[in-house]
Design a protein around this ligand. Structure first.
Ligand code: PEP
Ligand code: MG
Length: 844
């Protein structure tokens, strides 16, 4: 590209220079703060995002202006400075300005060996980072000799077809240009976008005078110090120091690197130079109180004098992120509001993940790299589309791929865990997996995946097919057969404290979708304010209940059906009572039976034969019944309220179970006002009819048990018509809960079960911005929500409004529900903490 010299702004960092992270990047701004704190920072200039993008486009700053602050023959470093330190950037280049002449003078100042090593290492970095030559031909020993230097110069000349540039200005120009362009590379962009960077994120650069770290007059070396532990976030001085070194050398696996504090394992910087160590310690409180962060400080000692080169936010685990934010707020360094705002909901999700119980038996299928913590169980799927289809059906799945690409991101979003054959800790799957807080094992190279046959083969020859259940343990890097026992995440005090602060700030309720006692317990542990959706039909799959359900389906008459339901009643009552006792008086909203009956019947011949045997019926009767119940569009067919009207005895049994459980719970001192919710409403008359029946059941239970109780009846708004007719529906409904899964399905006319097949294509071609089953469609479905809410309020002033589809815990949906004045959102139990935090962040 042709060099052009347009005006490119260069800023010398001084305490008063006009600088901001949004213009110059975080590193540049942070260096200015260090300078203001009077820390010994070498002379530094900053190039803004704008300047760097001009450089990438071929313009260059006035190099004399860039070099001017550094005086005669300086050695310089260049480092990236983006808005967020998490977004990475091109590698730093050190010792710019080294050349043959400088080598000669430095032989006298720092000694021949050190000067030779500096030069050789600069050539090495320049060749790889700037001239983009093959790293393999530029192997360099840890302590390069004069011969190594000569070889490096010759190799450079041979590979680059030109002598190694001797002019420091030319070297610096090339470094600036190559770093500016590296930012636009695909990998760099993908990596930072996975960490939340916007597509147009800018890069700034800082050019700094080198503090050498090598020399002969007193202590020389470099190191890194931080004042908290990166895993726990608790106070602890950690870091390394290496004499006669530069940059981050001390952090590598190198001989001679020492600890900072006194250490039984050997000499420390504290032993070596107590004065400098004390100086470094003194910066702890300064950094914390003035930069309002826990920083990792890079320093160089040059001839006994300390230089602070840089300070960046300490790299931290999610646990440490929460701990640090809470500790800073508890110490009055930042307000609680800021602590709540600082923690990304995704960090909580990482802390929340379940782990395989250490005592569980492990049937290891294959081992790979532990790329993202936590463990999850699900059915094998081999494509992103299948993952999305699986998620739409509400079935947990594990996405197994040779490797993932950006096209898989939506599939990863839909999966409970990811397993790849290829890749390492920074591969696409690993980076995205960590970003999403998704358990992930990568590089399981002994596994073979045959997508055509829908199978995977383990190293010991076991073949598993799509649909088989496996467990990914992303903490240990293992993939296990089946579903071993799991342990819930261990959440510490800081997590609880942060969420208790979030609860103070948020202005919308958060409940959980919980179907089983285990779900309810999780919801309660995460301080859900109640259960917003209990899909009661899930209880019918437990134990012998499936058999009874099938018996009911095959009952010829209403009387026979009622007889089977009679046997189901005590079981359902016990389930309800258990939920009530776990929730200890918090509201529990039970949705009456929703599923099409045929989902309880076996599809395959073998299952149908077993059923025939267990019901003592001829096989053809079973086959005929299965066929009779099958529908072209089951999701639009005989389900929800339609069964409630056609077969009212099922809802009557459920209502009775709820009321009897309420009376039982009251005897145990748990007073609850149960909420009964009717699914798939589309007309007011449906509610009116069911309400009459439920009222009648309530009256008879009250009479039989001589007990008083209250209950609430409401509906799910999950058909467009229910939203449009919310005003008259609300006449019979104390609450309206928007089921955005079905509402999205019906608003778009998209099948929840099948849309996954083409959703990626749709999103890739920007037909839809996002998968609407994943991200609430504010424009369309949202409008129905607004209409429903407004009309519902017209019908009943104090109607309680909520959302309970899968969108419920997402930030987008919470933001929308807040503006619409909804009372609460309900989401899966593990999303409750994230929803509490997001709701608070939105309120602040
Ligand atoms: C919904 O449709 O949004 C809902 C919560 O119900 P389900 O997912 O059980 O159909
Ligand atoms: Mg629904």
């Amino acid at each position: 590209m042709q060099k052009r010299t347009t005006f490119v702004e260069v800023t010398l960092i001084t305490p008063t220079a006009a600088m901001s992270p949004a213009v110059h990047g975080n590193r540049a701004k942070c260096l200015q703060r260090l300078i203001r704190l009077e820390m010994p920072v070498p002379t530094t200039v900053a190039l803004s995002f704008d300047a760097v993008s001009k450089i990438a486009a071929g313009d260059l700053p006035d190099m004399a202006q860039v070099m001017a602050p550094f005086g005669e023959t300086p050695l310089l470093s260049v480092r990236p400075s983006s808005l967020s330190p998490d977004w990475g950037g091109p590698a730093a280049v050190l010792n710019i300005g080294m050349n043959d002449a400088r080598l000669d003078t430095m032989k006298d100042t720092v000694g021949e060996a050190a000067a030779t090593a500096l030069y050789a290492r600069f050539i090495h970095a320049y060749a790889i980072e700037v001239a983009r030559l093959d790293p393999e031909v530029f192997e360099l020993p840890a302590k390069p000799t004069a011969d190594d230097l000569r070889l490096a110069l010759e190799t450079y000349e041979f590979e680059a077809d030109e002598p190694f540039p001797q002019d420091p200005t030319e070297q610096l120009e090339a470094v600036l240009r190559s770093m500016a362009r590296a930012w636009d590379g695909t990998t760099a962009r993908l990596l930072r976008e996975a960490k939340g960077a916007p597509a147009d994120a800018g890069l700034g650069l800082v050019v700094q005078e080198m503090a050498l770290g090598v020399g002969r007059d007193g202590e020389c070396g470099s190191g890194v110090i931080q004042y908290v532990d990166s895993t726990t976030g608790k106070p602890q001085v950690t870091g390394r120091y290496l004499g006669q070194s530069q940059g981050r050398d001390a952090l590598g696996d190198v001989e001679g690197a020492i600890y900072l504090t006194k250490d039984p394992r050997g000499r420390s910087l504290e032993d070596l130079s107590p004065v400098i160590f004390a100086e470094l310690l003194a910066y702890r409180d300064l950094c914390r109180s003035r930069l309002r962060e826990e920083m990792e400080v890079s320093f160089t000692i040059e001839n006994g004098k300390l230089n602070i080169l840089d300070a960046v936010k300490v790299q931290r685990s999610s646990r440490a992120e929460v701990q640090i934010a809470v500790a800073l707020a508890e110490d009055g360094v930042i307000p609680r509001e800021e602590a709540v705002l600082r923690v990304k909901p995704a960090a909580l999700s990482e802390m929340l993940h379940r782990q395989v119980d250490p005592d569980a038996k492990r049937d290891v299928l294959v081992t790979g790299i532990a790329a993202s913590p936590g463990a999850a169980t699900g059915q094998i799927v081999l494509s992103a589309n299948e993952a999305q289809a699986s998620a739409a059906r509400g079935e947990p799945c594990i996405l197994v791929r040779r490797e993932t690409t950006p096209e898989d991101i939506r599939g990863m979003n839909a999966a409970h865990a990811v397993l790849t054959v290829r890749g390492g800790v920074t591969s696409h799957a690993a980076v995205i997996g960590r970003g999403l807080g998704l358990p992930c094992v990568v590089g399981a190279s002994d596994l073979s995946v045959n997508t055509r046959r829908g199978e995977i083969e383990t190293p010991d020859g076991r073949i598993l097919s799509e649909g088989d259940v496996i467990t990914v343990d992303g903490t240990r890097g293992q993939v296990l057969a089946g579903a071993p026992k799991m342990l819930e995440a261990a959440l510490d005090d800081a997590f609880q404290t942060l969420l208790s602060w979030a609860d103070e700030f948020r202005d919308i309720g958060v409940r959980a979708n919980a179907d089983t006692p285990a779900d309810a317990q999780t919801a309660k542990n995460f301080a859900a304010e109640g259960i917003g959706l209990c899909r009661t039909e899930h209880m019918f799959f437990e134990g012998d209940r499936l058999g009874m359900m099938r018996e009911m389906i095959f009952a010829e008459t209403e009387e026979d059906r009622r007889a089977v339901l009679e046997r189901l009643l005590p079981l359902q009552r016990a389930d309800m009572k258990e939920l009530f006792s776990i929730m200890q008086g918090k509201p529990v909203c039970m949705r009456l039976f929703d599923m099409p009956l045929h989902e309880f019947l076996p599809f395959d011949k073998a299952g149908q034969r077993d059923l025939a045997a267990s019901l003592a019926l001829p096989l053809p009767d079973i086959v005929e019944r299965v066929q009779a119940l099958s529908e072209y569009n089951p999701m639009l067919g005989m389900r929800g309220i339609r069964q409630g009207i056609a077969l009212p005895e099922i809802y009557e049994m459920q209502a009775r179970a709820i009321f009897e459980a309420t009376v039982d719970a009251a005897k145990d001192g748990i007073n609850i006002v149960p909420e009964i919710m009717i699914p798939l409403i589309s007309a007011m008359k449906e509610v009116e009819l069911i309400k009459a029946r439920i009222d009648a059941v309530a009256a008879s239970v009250q009479a039989e048990q001589r007990a008083e109780f209250d209950f609430k009846l409401g509906v799910m708004v999950e058909t467009p018509r229910a939203a449009l007719r919310a005003e008259d529906i609300a006449e019979y409904s104390e609450f309206l809960s928007f089921g955005t899964n079905d509402l999205t399905q019906m608003t778009y006319g998209l099948s929840r079960d099948d849309a996954g097949r083409f959703m990626s294509t749709y999103v890739q071609q920007a037909v839809y911005e996002e998968d609407p089953f994943h991200t609430l469609d504010i424009e369309g479905v949202g409008e129905l929500l607004s209409i429903g809410a407004e009309r519902g309020r017209k019908g009943r002033k104090d109607v309680v409004l909520s959302i309970c589809g899968e969108h419920g815990g997402s930030r987008t949906a919470i933001a929308f529900c807040r503006t619409e004045g909804f009372d609460y959102v309900s989401c899966s139990p593990f999303r409750v903490p994230l929803a509490r935090l997001s709701a608070a962040q939105l309120a602040l």
